[in-house]
Ligand binder design. Structure first.
Ligand SMILES: NC(=O)C1=CN([C@@H]2O[C@H](COP(=O)(O)OP(=O)(O)OC[C@H]3O[C@@H](n4cnc5c(N)ncnc54)[C@H](OP(=O)(O)O)[C@@H]3O)[C@@H](O)[C@H]2O)C=CC1
Ligand SMILES: O=C(CO)COP(=O)(O)O
Length: 339
């Protein structure tokens, strides 16, 4: 039994706390809202996970210092845009080395940093043992129903990844390990762009052909960029690549797919975000990936088309026409370089 602190009490932080508490660990879940900590201590978190009874041994707090002092294993489960703020606040209270496990799926626009890079910038090396990423096809809503789920813990240091594997693994939550941190982080972040795009074509009334096209060519552009950034090509055929792409592009649980679907049906981004009430990571990540494709000189036509819709006022229909009207290509062009 380990002591573990989870930072961020949205859908995913709560679902992962559920798994850890069920595994017998002493989990303290931190939220920045006192009333939410009170609710979780009564064993529900209804805004994020409706009608789910949380384990009795899961405790919550809104006292950051208490959460930092509780353990030396920290799960960071806030949206990408809050990672720096939360990690910097943790660092201010930290007086020992901790293992940081992050579960966020995004890239920071402008700095173009991955999450593990952001954490390493916010927390000095003498205060962390390692930063491990836990990612893969996993909707919180299914995890808390204890439905079979597989994810990957990645670190260049296999011992750290195995430690995280041991903490989380149980009969419905199976954890693999991988040493390719770049590939795991890029796959997890960029699949949200493709899920938004698939949501749009579904919302426009296009069918499974369009969905398959976006998923396949989407994976091609994600892998192209990832490999140029230093990822291992095979990672994109794994859980954090094609696996997460499937689960996000084909499920109404996905906030990214749902947001895209509403855009395809004609709603504005502001209307969509207001209705969602939860993070839609793919929007900021589209901006970051658009910048990455320029920085690494990697063609990313689907990302570019979505960028045009989200940030340049291009209509969803025109964006599809733009993609379909691109110049002729050999399907394997560029991909051959990944081998
Ligand atoms: N949901 C899922 O199934 C999965 C999500 N993820 C990833 O996990 C990350 C978190 O997502 P998820 O839990 O789903 O998001 P949600 O929108 O469900 O919840 C986000 C949580 O973060 C809190 N938060 C936001 N900003 C801050 C801040 N500055 N300081 C403290 N807390 C803050 C929110 O608080 P408040 O309630 O006050 O807004 C809320 O509790 C994302 O990167 C997502 O891609 C990964 C795998 C699966
Ligand atoms: O990452 C997820 C599933 O693996 C959740 O996706 P959404 O953020 O689109 O809901």
């Amino acid at each position: 039994m380990e002591k573990i602190s989870v930072f961020g009490a949205g859908s995913w932080g709560t679902a992962l706390s559920y798994v850890l508490a069920q595994n017998g660990h002493d989990v303290l879940l931190w939220t920045h809202r006192a009333e939410q900590a009170e609710e979780i201590n009564q064993h529900t978190n209804n805004r994020y996970l409706k009608n789910i009874k949380l384990p009795e041994n899961l405790k919550a707090t809104s006292d950051l210092k208490a959460a930092v002092n509780h353990s030396a294993t920290f799960v960071i489960a806030v949206p990408t845009k809050a990672v720096r703020e939360v990690c910097s606040a943790i660092k201010d209270e930290l007086d020992k080395k901790a293992l940081f496990v992050h579960v966020s799926k995004g890239i920071e626009p402008d700095s173009l940093k991955r999450i593990s890079e952001m954490i390493r910038e916010e927390v000095p090396p003498q205060l962390f043992e390692d930063v491990v990423v836990l990612s893969g096809p996993s909707h919180a809503e299914e995890v808390v129903l204890e439905q079979p789920t597989t994810v990957t813990a990645a670190s260049e240091n296999t011992a750290s990844a195995e430690k995280v594997q041991d903490l989380f693994m149980n009969h419905y939550f199976r954890v693999y390990t991988n040493t390719d941190v770049i590939g795991v982080e890029i796959g997890g972040a960029l699949k949200n762009i493709i899920a938004l795009a698939v949501g749009i074509t579904d919302g426009l009334g296009y069918g499974d052909n369009a969905k398959a096209a976006l998923m396949t060519r989407g994976l091609a552009e994600i892998a192209r960029l990832g490999v140029k950034m230093g990822a291992t090509p095979l990672t994109f055929s794994g859980l954090t690549g094609v696996g997460d792409l499937i689960v996000t592009c084909t499920s109404p649980h996905s906030r990214n797919w749902r947001a895209g679907n509403m855009l395809g049906k004609g709603k504005t981004i502001d209307q969509v975000l207001e209705e969602m009430g939860m993070v839609v990571e793919g929007i900021r990540t589209t901006k970051a990936a658009h910048q990455l494709s320029e920085a690494y000189d990697v063609p990313m036509p689907i990302t570019d088309a979505l960028y045009a819709v989200l940030f340049e006022g291009v209509s969803t229909k025109d964006a599809v026409e733009l993609l379909m009207g691109r110049m002729k290509k050999n399907e394997m062009e560029d991909l051959i370089n990944l081998l």
